[in-house]
Write a protein that binds this ligand. Structure first.
Ligand SMILES: Cc1cc2nc3c(=O)[nH]c(=O)nc-3n(C[C@H](O)[C@H](O)[C@H](O)COP(=O)(O)OP(=O)(O)OC[C@H]3O[C@@H](n4cnc5c(N)ncnc54)[C@H](O)[C@@H]3O)c2cc1C
Length: 363
């Protein structure tokens, strides 16, 4: 049986960074239990997501050799156009953010991982038969191919799946996001372009809807429009969603953009608040607390946790980390409830049901 000090489950950004960080500590090989490698997605693809993150995250990524230009980060933003507490849209200052290409980040981290000889990689959907020795004990697992290992510390960064969790709390009617993507076509050298395709104008616009919200954000190369919520806020064709925006006097969100019908429509992703607990592993990133995407904090908070996770070898360190996570959850829930209270549609059923669920996150 192979022994590891640290084993990480999940190859999202948080899991990869945790494995890289543990490997850098140089205290023996690290195991990364990964699903399939990230597909190389072209910017025109339907799942090409832009995420808004604090500027400070760029410094962290640079420390791990990921240059801002690799992930589409070109300019900073400190203003958002928002229609939230009334039907008037206004420009509001926000802490400085950058827009990054999420698939490019996954690819860049994956390449760093492949270059790290101290990380042992196991590929494929991992269905671990964990033998739990309890908090502070040793985790071991029988893998499907009979190739066994045990680790002093198991870090679960499997996202909302939270594979090793003993309990997961999520709304019975989770809100989902429907992503619409449009990419500026790359100009091919030597080819005649009959019309010039200008860059997208980077921006962030957000508008509340009776059953959710919509936001639009862009980098010069990619434009995303994201519908979030339940029921009518996310169902229907591009044309119907466009109509919905006009009905809520939020058509300005799409102003200056091509028709929504020209965008690639992607799959729906769950995006409402969720949290989990585990006795046999340290949960980090979305596995521990999947924040509502309204906060634009999931990625940066998860990556910060990845940096401390490899040091959580003792029960005391784990207990204080989990206490901090609980406080984070309560703070996030309070911030969300305040946003719902100030929302012009906050008394609608969809928002009220969600608020009822969020209240349970404060205990
Ligand atoms: C539409 C959308 C927009 C968002 N926008 C923003 C934003 O603007 N700003 C922001 O900060 N955040 C945003 N987020 C949230 C952000 O994407 C998440 O917080 C972040 O992805 C969490 O990373 P993670 O590594 O914890 O989880 P994930 O990215 O979910 O990664 C988990 C990984 O674990 C793997 N896995 C799962 N089960 C297993 C298993 N059994 N075996 C092996 N591997 C497994 C999965 O394949 C996956 O690769 C957005 C999310 C969505 C859906």
């Amino acid at each position: 049986m192979k022994h590891y000090r640290v084993a990480v489950l999940g190859n999202g950004p948080v899991g990869i960074l945790a494995a890289l960080c543990a490997a850098r500590q140089g205290r023996g090989p690290v195991l990364l239990l990964a699903a399939d490698p990230p597909a190389s997605v072209d910017a025109g693809g339907s799942g090409y997501r832009i995420e808004a993150v604090p500027v400070s995250l760029l410094a962290l990524l640079l420390e791990y050799g990921i240059h801002p230009h690799l992930i589409g980060a070109e300019q900073t933003h400190d203003l958002r156009q928002v229609q939230w507490d009334s039907k008037a849209s206004m420009s509001l200052p926000t802490p400085k953010t950058v827009h990054i290409h999420r698939p490019a980040l996954e690819q860049a981290l994956w390449q760093k991982l492949l270059q790290e000889p101290r990380i042992h990689l196991r590929l494929g959907e991992q269905s671990l038969q964990l033998h739990d020795a309890g908090a502070g004990g040793t985790n071991s697992a029988d893998s499907d191919n009979g190739d066994d290992w045990h680790a002093d510390l198991l870090i679960d960064a499997s996202g909302r799946a939270a594979r090793t969790a003993s309990s997961i709390d999520k709304s019975q009617q989770p809100w989902v996001a429907r992503l619409f993507t449009l990419a500026r076509q790359a100009r091919q050298p030597g080819r005649f372009h009959s019309h010039f395709q200008p860059d997208f104008q980077p921006h962030f616009k957000l508008a509340a809807l009776p059953q959710g919200y919509v936001y639009s954000l862009a980098t010069p190369q990619v434009q995303n429009v994201v519908f979030v919520g339940r029921g009518k806020a996310v169902k229907g064709s591009a044309g119907e969603l466009q109509q919905l925006l006009h009905g809520a006097q939020a058509g300005w969100v799409l102003q200056g953009l091509p028709d929504l019908m020209e965008f690639h429509g992607g799959m729906a992703h769950p995006v409402s608040l969720q949290w989990a607990t585990s006795e046999r592993s340290v949960l980090i990133g979305d596995a521990a607390l999947a924040r509502d995407i309204l906060s634009s904090q999931g990625l940066s908070c998860g990556l910060s946790e990845a940096l401390c996770a490899p040091d959580l070898g003792t029960p005391l360190a784990r207990a204080s980390f989990q206490e901090r996570q609980k406080q984070q959850r309560q703070l996030h829930a309070t911030a969300l409830l305040n946003q719902i209270r100030s929302c012009l549609y906050g008394i609608e059923t969809a928002w009220q049901d969600y608020a009822q669920f969020i209240l349970t996150a404060r205990t």
